[in-house]
Write a protein that binds this ligand. Structure first.
Ligand SMILES: NC(=O)c1ccc[n+]([C@@H]2O[C@H](COP(=O)([O-])OP(=O)(O)OC[C@H]3O[C@@H](n4cnc5c(N)ncnc54)[C@H](OP(=O)(O)O)[C@@H]3O)[C@@H](O)[C@H]2O)c1
Length: 246
């Protein structure tokens, strides 16, 4: 299987790293930055100068440019009937199918954890071969096209919000006297373990299992609520959604 990435930015690189041992060959293009060469060298793939050549050689084409680049790429690869996976945020199936009328289009919203094969991938459309390919990158969820923006706000953007929470807690640990690297290690491993727990228990149960009445965790949760911690995350999701709606 030859996978061709049109666009060699952050998401293309994350997916390519996740696929290293899974696909036979990966091809990349960029718009002149040289990033295609960089990721091709890292994963043992090939950088090409032309999107058309890439689409001709690939078995599956991954559209990994910014949404504004959709039409320009469509013109370049017009008439090539390959399975096409679009990663474009806030770009509906209707627009994709209009831009690539010959292609079998699959709309995918991945998050950056595809790099470690623990991503979440929201998927609409696409054939069995493409679904198998995507399945190797993490947890796949079939989603109606109309729900993609809301889903993106909670799974595409959320790695950044969770990373901010980890960073803030680790910084507070360092301020309390812990070595900076140790503080981060303690919080990162706590986040990984808590994620596993959250697969089995409701978030409220996990909170209650830690916060005994009158204890230090309860004091911390009270301080978080008072500081508007919960509302801050809700605002983040709303702001992402508003940006997607333009
Ligand atoms: N980052 C995320 O977490 C994330 C999550 C889900 C979905 N997405 C979606 O994934 C897509 C890419 O996002 P990103 O964060 O990876 O963006 P990015 O880092 O800015 O990368 C975009 C890439 O597209 C290339 N490009 C632009 N026009 C091109 C053209 N005509 N032909 C070939 N390559 C072209 C750019 O080339 P240069 O390197 O030369 O600039 C760059 O390599 C977006 O549509 C976004 O909505 C991103």
């Amino acid at each position: 299987m030859i996978v061709g990435f049109i666009g060699a930015g952050r998401m293309a690189a994350a997916m390519a790293r996740g696929w290293v041992a899974k696909v036979d060959q990966m091809l990349f293009t960029d718009s002149g930055s040289g990033r295609a060469g960089g990721i091709a060298e890292e994963v043992g793939g090939e950088a090409l100068a032309s999107n058309r050549e890439l689409a001709e050689r690939a078995d599956v084409v991954i559209l990994a440019v910014k949404p504004a680049g959709l039409e320009a790429v469509a013109v370049e690869i017009e008439g090539i009937a390959k399975p096409l996976v679009s990663l474009l945020g806030a770009t509906s199936m209707e627009r994709l199918e209009a831009a690539f009328p010959e292609a079998d289009v699959c709309r995918v919203m991945p998050n950056v954890a595809v790099e470690v094969q623990r991503g979440v991938l929201c998927v609409a459309g696409g054939g069995e071969e493409v679904r198998r390919l995507l399945d190797a990158l993490g947890h796949m969820v079939e989603l109606p096209d109309a729900d993609f923006n809301a889903a993106t706000a909670v799974m595409g953007c959320a790695p950044a919000y969770l990373a901010l929470a980890v960073e803030a807690i680790a910084d507070a640990g360092a301020e309390a006297g812990l070595d900076v690297d140790l503080a981060r290690e303690l919080v990162v491993e706590t986040a990984a373990g808590t994620a596993e727990l959250l697969r089995r228990h409701h978030p409220r149960e996990v909170r209650e299992a830690v916060a005994s009445p009158g204890g230090s965790t309860e004091a911390g949760l009270d301080a978080l609520e008072t500081a508007g911690g919960r509302q801050a995350f809700e605002s983040a999701v709303r702001a992402s959604l508003e940006r997607m709606r333009g």
